[in-house]
Design a protein around this ligand. Structure first.
Ligand code: IVH
Length: 667
């Protein structure tokens, strides 16, 4: 057998075992045997890169490559469904369908899975791309992340159409969700409110090997394409199950309104035994021909409806409202409640989000309020029982005007719902929050210091800001309770190691508003040291790809404040990385030397940022807008019409992605 044959055989075998295990729940071999086969394949692939394949089972382990997501336009828009909570509305829907069709019809009843919706496109039996719902018109290309989900086939079996799309829901099972939150709690990281947020947050992670570790699952529920097997939605999905997809086994065809009501009643309680979150039932006219006859409204199909389960609700007394101040100074109101049992746990507190919510509820102290969980961990207040108001009812809840921690006045920025404490330099929770952010894993990754230690050090006057960390000594730390020489040395070693953390993460660690991890990366590429960034004008910042007005203003504001500049100076003196590492910037060639290139549109092979990097590494310059100096435009799909016209007028060449890559390949 040739190496190629060996590789092909291993791949086919692993795809099959994967399907047996993750889709059918019926493994034929032990985990160890599976791992051995996988290792064998990995070794062969490493030794023979010429046989690399994007959809090899080895691709499921993810990669460490970070990248921003490119956007892809949906071939068919991803619509949402009309929602209802009442059985009367379901009856109305049934009636509308009956009158609209005036012939026999079947309704397919399904569970409404509560996760992140996804669209998968398969070409010649291979997963080509996976795109999030986005705004319904276009979504994020999350193919690399989706490949790590074992129940999604990379390569299909049987007799499938040459090209089709299948949509479904990516889910984080309850057990995985709870475990993830336990781990996050231990690491003092913010918790996910529900499995839906956890699933969609995970899909958007930059690092697909972290995605792989999160054990997501997926159910597919909607097949689209030109050459589908039959006219029946239900029947098509059963056929798709044979191609390797995980299709819910709880779908049922109803022939009467009574059948539908039975299904709803049964699943309203039974859903609690399922391994994943559901929030309702979806009803679909089964025949595709009949679906077409009924058609669509502007927002949703007329042939389908979602019936949502009532969220679990309790009624209890509002005792008082307290306020929490975060690291950005944002003030969050929290309702303190008489303890009440809700969906199996005792609830004492609920988030009130912001001043508008309080106003909208017309909340008074002592009010009897409705608390709901609806799949969320943090319960929310959804209403007030105004009829229960009486002598015991206290005054109307008024949002505070001064910071509960430092007494400074609060402000509310235009267009934002939150109030902020204005005292950025001395408000304790803001200062502590900034230090906590600075040392967090994704920023400077300083171990041994959790929020409690930061608080204790702060109280003891040891640290007031991030730069103070670099002046700590063993004697300082051992003076604290429960801190021996060993812990002190560990903390100091970790602080010392942080001096090697690359510039882009230092930028993120500074905690400039709106400068998250990926923005920090973009900035680091364009402004290769902190002085360039600190002296950049609003216009220069705005002209940088992917930096919008809000981010640009926030950066300028940050460096306008002397206190922030001093902090940066002290951190620089402490030896932190404030410029981009030379080796990362070494150009690969000078093929593009002297050329000024504008990037526009949506790309297939690389993200926009990767193209920017490619241009820079080959000696070219990436310009934000078209001018007479533009050498050519690297254009993806859907280039903006204004840019297109501008380019035509100026006679500037428009180069496709493939042409560009070919040009770089040339000797
Ligand atoms: S069908 C045009 N079926 O609910 C019909 N959707 O608002 C497209 N969902 O965004 C959707 N379970 O993410 C369909 N069995 C199911 C579903 C389902 C969950 C989600 C989906 C969609 C939303 C509808």
């Amino acid at each position: 057998m040739t190496v190629k044959e060996q590789i092909d055989r291993l791949r086919a075998e692993l795809h099959r075992h994967n399907y047996q295990y993750y889709v059918l729940n019926n493994p034929e071999i032990s985990d160890k045997e599976f791992d051995n086969l996988m290792r064998e394949l990995q070794e062969l692939e490493q030794a023979h890169p010429e046989y690399a394949d994007q959809n090899s089972p080895t691709m499921r382990v993810g990669s460490d490559l970070s990248k921003d997501f490119r956007q892809i336009k949906h071939k068919y828009p991803m619509l949402s469904l009309g929602n209802t909570y009442s059985e009367a509305d379901v009856a109305d829907f049934y009636d509308r369908v009956r009158r609209g069709l005036n012939e026999d019809f079947e309704i397919c009843c399904e569970l409404k899975y509560d996760g992140a919706s996804i669209s998968l496109t398969y070409e010649n039996g291979q997963l080509a791309y996976a795109v999030t719902r986005g705004d319904g018109e276009k979504g994020d290309d999350v193919t690399d992340n989706v490949k790590t989900i074992r129940s999604i086939p990379l390569v299909l079996q049987g007799d499938y159409p040459p090209r089709f799309e299948i949509r479904g829901e990516i889910l984080m099972p309850w057990t995985v969700f709870e475990e993830l939150n336990r781990e996050r709690e231990a690491r003092e990281e913010p918790l996910f409110a529900n499995p839906r947020n956890a699933a969609s947050g995970t899909l958007k992670l930059q690092n697909s090997s972290v995605v792989a570790s999160r054990k997501l699952d997926a159910y597919l529920y909607y097949l689209l394409g030109e050459q589908l097997p039959s006219d029946g939605h239900y029947e098509n999905l059963q056929v798709a199950a044979g191609w390797g997809f995980k299709i819910s086994t709880h779908m049922k065809k109803a022939h009467s309104l009574e059948d539908i009501m039975d299904y709803i009643k049964y699943w309203d309680t039974e859903r609690k035994t399922l391994p994943v979150a559901t929030d309702g039932i979806v009803l679909k006219v089964n025949s595709l021909r009949q679906q077409q006859l009924l058609g669509y409204t502007a927002k949703s199909p007329r042939w389908a409806i979602a019936y949502k389960f009532q969220a679990e609700r309790a009624c209890t007394r509002l005792d008082k409202v307290t306020y929490q101040v975060g690291r950005t100074g944002a003030v969050t109101p929290v309702a303190n409640l008489d303890p009440v049992l809700l969906a199996g746990t005792i609830v004492k507190r609920a988030s009130l989000h912001n001043a508008d919510i309080i106003e909208g509820l017309d909340l008074h102290l002592g009010d009897m309020v409705y608390v709901e969980k609806g799949g969320e961990i943090i319960p929310k207040i959804t209403g007030v029982d105004k009829a229960a108001r009486g002598l015991h009812t206290g005054e109307k809840v008024k949002f505070i005007t001064r910071c509960p921690e430092c007494g400074s006045p609060l402000i509310r920025y235009e267009g934002e719902a939150a109030h902020y404490c204005t005292n950025e330099t001395d408000c304790p929770p803001q200062l502590k929050g900034k230090i906590e952010h600075f040392i967090s894993r994704r920023a400077m990754n300083i171990d041994g210091l959790g929020p409690e230690t930061v608080d204790a050090f702060y109280q003891a006057g040891l640290i007031h800001d991030a730069a103070d960390l670099y002046g700590l000594t063993v004697a300082d730390i051992t003076r604290m309770d429960r801190m021996g020489v060993r812990s002190a040395n560990n903390i100091l070693r970790s602080i010392d190691n942080s001096r090697n953390v690359p510039y882009e993460r230092v930028l993120f660690a500074l905690g400039i508003r709106f400068v998250g991890e990926s923005v920090a990366k973009t900035i680091a590429r364009s402004f290769t040291d902190i002085d360039k960034l600190a002296s950049a004008t609003l216009e220069e910042l705005k002209a940088t790809n992917d930096i919008g007005d809000k981010i640009a203003e926030s950066i300028v504001n940050y460096f306008d404040k002397p206190a922030n500049r001093q902090l940066v100076d002290r951190l620089r003196q402490a030896g932190l990385q404030f410029s981009r590492n030379e080796t990362e910037e070494t150009p690969h060639s000078d093929k593009l030397s002297g050329l000024s290139i504008v990037i526009s549109g949506v790309f297939r092979h690389h993200s926009r940022d990767e193209y920017k990097e490619l241009i820079e590494r080959n000696g070219g310059k990436n310009a934000g807008s078209i001018s007479s100096k533009t050498s050519f435009i690297l254009a993806g799909e859907n280039m903006g019409p204004k840019k297109l016209e501008d380019a035509r007028k100026k006679g500037i060449r428009i180069m496709s992605e493939d042409e560009f890559l070919a040009m770089l390949q040339e000797q």
